[in-house]
Design a protein around this ligand. Structure first.
Ligand code: IPM
Ligand code: MN
Length: 348
């Protein structure tokens, strides 16, 4: 394909600032010769909610479905009650567009500082990818509260795990492991306590493993996985896990791989029946919004993931190389959001 339409949702806080730099880099990498990219901005998040009370109107969702991909900045703002935008905008997008693979690579680029003594714990560096399930688990909103505000209050959040949902994400993770040099897949769960869901995940991994005889599998309880992630991250290649465990361990993964300012992600529908959505792992960082301080690198690397998904691996690799070169040169220099975007764009 040589023409695409991309929906752009800047969202809240630093979201619009980092997305602007992502688009700058996208423009630079496709240049004159590359595919034609048309972008359409959608106003979702705190501003819209305050002005209209709307989170994600059906009409907007339908329009979003018509694009080839979505680039999102961040959703969430302290001026809106907790959960309203998360449950009203971000999660409905992931659910409605069936983004069952939440792909979160963790790679320590040369020259980037890690809080770990990387040479000791991971002589070959940190290079793994978390395949986080994106449509089930405790995120579905099943549960409720009784006798709220009384001493007898009861709150439940039910984790939903379907054979269909687990199997499709596990199969995707196996395929990703199969395509990587090490061909190693770790299931992260907590089957010693979450016996129902845990056993479903474990059994599914065992069964799907038969389709991928070259892939070696391992299992870790999530608590132990957090230890190994900071003491021996080199043991990980591909990790598959549920929605909530995946949320938590990908923040640790981001921290050890140079910080949340560098962590990119893709909310992917591998069946391609809907647009996939690419976003930095970080949030809206309201404390630094509007000051040009946010690091747009995660948004720029999310653009690389978007290009890869659209079938432009060469362009994706060029963005990654430009980021790698910039990171190697950047050191500890403090640069503005737009300066980072310009430096990276200038390398393309
Ligand atoms: C993330 C975020 C979201 C999540 C929130 C904002 C709903 O933390 O993308 O990791 O929990 O998935
Ligand atoms: Mn998170």
């Amino acid at each position: 394909r040589d023409a695409y339409s991309i929906a752009v949702i800047g969202g809240d806080g630093i979201g619009p600032e980092v997305v602007a730099e992502g688009l700058k880099v996208l423009d630079a990498v496709v240049g004159e010769a590359g595919p034609k990219i048309a972008t359409t901005e959608y106003d979702l998040g705190a501003r819209r909610w305050h002005a209209t009370g709307e989170t994600l109107p059906d009409s907007v969702l339908e329009e979003l479905r018509g694009h080839d991909a979505i680039l999102l900045g961040a959703i969430g703002d302290p001026s809106v009650p907790s959960g309203v935008l998360e449950r009203g905008v971000l999660l409905p997008l992931r659910f409605a567009l069936d983004h069952f693979v939440n792909l979160r690579p963790a790679r320590l680029f040369p020259g980037v500082a890690s809080p770990l003594d990387v040479a000791r714990v991971a002589p070959d560096g940190i290079d793994f990818v978390v395949v986080r399930e994106g449509t089930e688990g405790p995120y579905t909103g099943n549960g409720g509260a009784l006798r709220v505000g009384t001493p007898h209050e009861i709150a439940t959040e039910v984790s939903v795990n379907t054979r269909f949902g687990v199997e499709r994400v596990v199969r995707d993770a196996f395929a990703r492991a199969q395509a990587r040099p090490r061909k190693h897949l770790t299931l992260v769960h907590k089957h010693n306590v979450l016996t129902h869901a845990g056993h479903l995940w474990r059994r599914t991994v065992e069964e799907v493993a038969a389709e991928f005889p070259e892939v070696e599998t391992a299992y870790q309880h999530v608590d132990a996985a957090t230890i190994f992630m900071v003491t021996d991250p080199g043991r990980f290649d591909v990790i598959v896990t549920d929605n909530l465990f995946g949320d938590i361990i990908t923040d640790i993964a981001a921290a050890i791989a140079g910080g949340i300012g560098l962590a990119a992600s893709g909310n992917i529908n591998p069946a391609r029946t809907t647009p996939s959505m690419f976003e930095p792992v970080h949030g809206s960082a309201p404390d630094i919004a509007g000051q040009g301080k946010a690091d747009p690198t995660a948004a720029i690397l999310s653009v690389a993931m978007l290009l890869e998904h659209l079938g432009h691996p060469a362009e994706a690799a060029r963005v990654e190389s430009a980021v790698a070169a910039d990171l190697a040169e950047r050191g500890t220099t403090v640069r503005s959001t737009s300066a980072v975007g310009e430096e990276i764009a200038a390398r393309l």
